[in-house]
Design a binder for this molecule. Structure first.
Ligand code: NAP
Length: 262
């Protein structure tokens, strides 16, 4: 199926590694030009050169999306370099291990700013540009801690639930401009960042990271974690021209770790 993504311009937040990187590769594979951002230059440059090797335009912007200023900078640079914008993927974020007792103001500010407000601010600064097209797409990346109980996931549950609400509001607000706004909700995805995160979580749960990983795998119906490219492929369809009548939805890609029926 031709997804209709050739020569479209996409901005993907937090995409030098992990799911964001996989989304950037999936879009580049379909012929989209991509702008990505991260704080660490070395890793960003490496990913940009791998994307360029696919024959598309790829731009890396060093930006810290924990502030509105950083979000605005990324969107402005992306549009300056690519010329226009049809697709925004709000991916940046991640779990910060912590408990109610030991998470202080700084940790909470980081968790809320990066996991929730970054999507709000990039959408704010991208919306008028996205409206300059026949159609455009916004895809938010949350996580299943926003839809079902994941004990201990304080730093993502609260922003993810907020982002799912924001997703619905934006779908309603931008629908008349033929901009669809959807949310994908990954489960256990085998990204590099799970190395240190798994170690920290295992310590709190008094187990090993290997046992922790096996435990999560056994909670899924497929009995395994996913590779980031599996999420990238779904994201490419979600933001494609072919996916034209889906908006305001949350689509899970979690191997069946969630068990509710409705
Ligand atoms: N992996 C999973 O199992 C999983 C499950 C459910 C949901 N998710 C969600 O999927 C998204 C991606 O997760 P991931 O595991 O792929 O993350 P990851 O591997 O930790 O990658 C995060 C990316 O974002 C960048 N980044 C982090 N903080 C940033 C900031 N303040 N400003 C700009 N860039 C920043 C990182 O580069 P720098 O560090 O250089 O900035 C990196 O490129 C997140 O929203 C996460 O909540 C992941």
């Amino acid at each position: 199926m031709d997804l209709g993504l050739k020569n479209k311009n996409a901005a993907i937040t937090g995409a030098s590694q992990g799911i964001g990187e996989a989304v950037a590769h999936a879009l580049a594979n379909e012929g989209s030009n991509v702008a990505i951002c991260a704080r660490n230059k070395e890793r960003l440059d490496q990913t940009v050169s791998e994307l360029k090797a696919k024959g598309v335009k790829a731009v890396g912007v060093i930006a810290d999306l924990s502030s509105e200023e950083g979000c605005q900078l990324f969107i402005e640079e992306a549009i300056k370099e690519l010329g226009s914008l049809q697709i925004l993927v709000n991916n940046v974020g991640g779990m910060i291990p912590g408990t109610l007792a030991n998470m202080g103001e700084d940790t909470w500010a980081r968790a809320i700013n990066v996991n929730l407000m970054a999507a709000v601010y990039t959408t704010k600064h991208a919306a008028e540009h996205l409206k300059n097209n026949d159609w455009a797409r916004i895809l938010n990346v949350t996580g299943f801690s926003g839809t079902q109980l994941l004990p201990g996931a304080l730093s993502t549950t609260i922003p993810n639930a907020g982002l799912i609400g924001f997703n619905k509001l934006m779908a309603n607000e931008l629908g008349s401009s033929n901009i669809t706004v959807n949310n994908i909700c990954p489960g256990m995805i085998n990204t590099e960042s799970w190395g240190p995160r798994g170690e920290a979580m295992a310590k709190v749960r008094n187990t090993t990271s290997e046992e922790l990983r096996k435990g999560f795998a056994s909670q899924t119906m497929l009995g395994r974690w996913a590779e980031p490219s599996e999420v990238g492929d779904l994201a490419a369809f979600m933001v494609s021209e072919r996916n034209s009548y889906m908006t305001g939805t949350t689509v899970e890609i979690c191997g069946g770790i969630t068990k509710y029926i409705s």
